[in-house]
Write a protein that binds this ligand. Sequence first.
Ligand SMILES: Cc1cc2nc3c(=O)[nH]c(=O)nc-3n(C[C@H](O)[C@H](O)[C@H](O)COP(=O)(O)O)c2cc1C
Length: 232
Amino acid sequence: MGCPAKKVCNRLCGSALLQDEPLVGRILESVVSAVQATGRGVPVTLKTRTGWDREHRNGVRVAQIAEASGIAALAIHGRTRADFYEGDAEYDTIRAIRETVRIPVLANGDITSPDKARVVLQYTGTAGVMVGRASHGTPWIFRDINGLLTQGVLPEPLSRAERRDIVLAHLQAIYAFHGEESGLRIARKHLGWYAKLLESAPDARARLMAEVSTSSQFACANELFGAWAQVH
Ligand SMILES: Cc1cc2nc3c(=O)[nH]c(=O)nc-3n(C[C@H](O)[C@H](O)[C@H](O)COP(=O)(O)O)c2cc1C
């Protein structure tokens, strides 16, 4: 219930639902009871924004409806739908939601570093944070955040060889999960982000994008990140 896209909101889906609280309640109750009926004990969680626009920040009421409907945990993106991805995420509404409901709340939006995660957790008192864009091309941010939160200091940065291994294992996991055609395309997106590491090889991104099979794409990544990892 957080998607701001016009094609979604025009059909009263995504974050457009924030304008119709009774409908939110009915949908959430239906989903929770359908999932409960499976008897598998799967928790239903909700991700949403703080409201439709800054004049209608009804995130607290929507969170109460969610809790009353049996939602097990909430993730809140600290922007309204009208904000799209503009401006800075705000954490006051997330804090107010955390103070109102008893289910776990995760703070989301602009968590760009381990220190920001620490500050936002402290400010909102939420059970956790959720990281989106800052993990693009840098999935080790989760390890760094966990390290700071559990040890009180940032862990030693990963070596280039360790980061190369993560990139290559990520590619293999994408191919295994998505198959040849989708795997190639989805891996391109991630390689676009990972290529920022290869600043010393200006043609690296173009080479990676030009590959037309998963095997040649992997070979190219292996060569480029392998050479990168040799430099300390
Ligand atoms: C390209 C893009 C696609 C997204 N797709 C989804 C999605 O499918 N489901 C979802 O819950 N959030 C989606 N989001 C929102 C993110 O999960 C997140 O709430 C938002 O980016 C703010 O967090 P961040 O600042 O850490 O990125 C998407 C965001 C972007 C930029």
